[in-house]
Design a protein around this ligand. Structure first.
Ligand SMILES: [Zn+2]
Ligand SMILES: [Zn+2]
Length: 313
């Protein structure tokens, strides 16, 4: 993993810095990290790569994007104290993106959370939050009474996103949501993070969507899901609903070749393929890159768990 990080730094050395938004003060030191916590697309849990989750750290503040199974463990592995989490963004309500949402907040609480967490996601997030409190009512109330902990239910402020636009703006970061189709789910948001050190766009799961290129225009980093078509047949032999699963994969995800098309049209400095499908079969970096390079001539990285980028590039 360290070798991979070194290799990536070398690959990126010498690239010119993109102009940063004027609202941010400039400093010499890089302050922004992007960590790919879980890179395997889909809900299946295994001993290999973790389920989807990403992390952006700006000026020491962590922003978690998606909460697939394993996100708490992966945050700890990335050196992030759980009680320091302040913002969570859910892209859509497939379980590989939200299954550990409540549990991450819970895990932060038992680790010593004392400041609010703000969460954002498509319609249903607020209801899911309330349902989580019901599910864990006994334990939460027992620990408040017995261990003197603050009321967790007052420390999480969930907000449903209903339309495109800015969902968060702080002194450090502006986060914008952009709806992208992921049939049958249409309440599904890509997120753009404008930081003092560059712009990062996360595609969410998405069908091939040329409009994402407009949303990601000129970004430093585009983190895009990717489907490796030659292995789809192999992947679906593992389940009884293979034919239906294959149709879902092809209709609602983006092939690595089309991912390259989006990166090319957007003119991004770096394309990162993450949410890899298949992510737990042995598709090599070279195979992934071979598909995306057909359509994008810029820098491309295949994300692996806990790989890290430092911005500015
Ligand atoms: Zn997914
Ligand atoms: Zn999905």
């Amino acid at each position: 993993m360290i070798d991979r990080r070194r290799a990536m730094k070398l690959a990126l050395a010498g690239t010119a810095a993109l102009a940063t938004p004027a609202v941010f003060a400039q400093t010499d030191k890089p302050r922004t990290r992007v960590v790919f916590l879980g890179t395997k697309g889909g809900p299946r849990v295994g001993l290999g790569p973790s389920n989807p989750a990403n992390l952006v750290v700006v000026n020491g503040t962590p922003y978690v994007i998606d909460c697939g199974m394993g996100v708490s463990h992966q945050l700890i592995a990335a050196g992030i104290p759980l009680e320091s989490v302040k913002y969570i963004f859910i892209s859509h309500h497939h379980s590989d993106h939200n299954l550990e949402y409540g549990n991450l907040v819970y895990n932060a609480w038992v680790t010593g959370l004392s400041t609010p967490i703000h969460s954002f996601g498509p319609k249903g997030l607020e209801a899911m939050t309330q349902t989580y409190w019901e599910l864990n009512k006994f334990d939460i109330e027992t620990r408040i009474e017995d261990e003197g902990r603050p009321d967790l239910r007052k420390l999480l402020i969930a907000k449903d996103i209903t339309e495109d636009g800015v969902v968060l703006q702080t002194a450090d970061v502006k986060v914008t949501a952009f709806r992208t189709p992921h049939p049958p789910i249409m309440d599904n948001f890509a997120y753009k993070f404008e930081t003092p050190d560059g712009v990062i766009v996360f595609s969410s799961d998405t069908a091939y969507n040329p409009k994402l290129a407009e949303f990601a225009k000129g970004a430093d980093v585009l983190v895009h899901e990717a489907l490796f078509v030659p292995w789809v047949d192999k992947l679906v032999t593992r389940v009884k609903n293979g034919a239906t699963l294959k149709k879902h994969l092809l209709d609602s995800h983006t092939t690595a070749e089309d991912v390259g098309r989006v990166a090319d049209a957007a003119g991004v400095k770096l394309l990162v393929m993450s949410h890899l499908v298949p992510g737990d079969l042995d598709v090599t970096d070279e195979q992934w890159l071979g598909e995306a390079k057909k359509t994008f001539k810029g820098s491309i990285v295949v994300a692996r768990d806990l790989m890290e980028l430092k911005l500015p590039l």
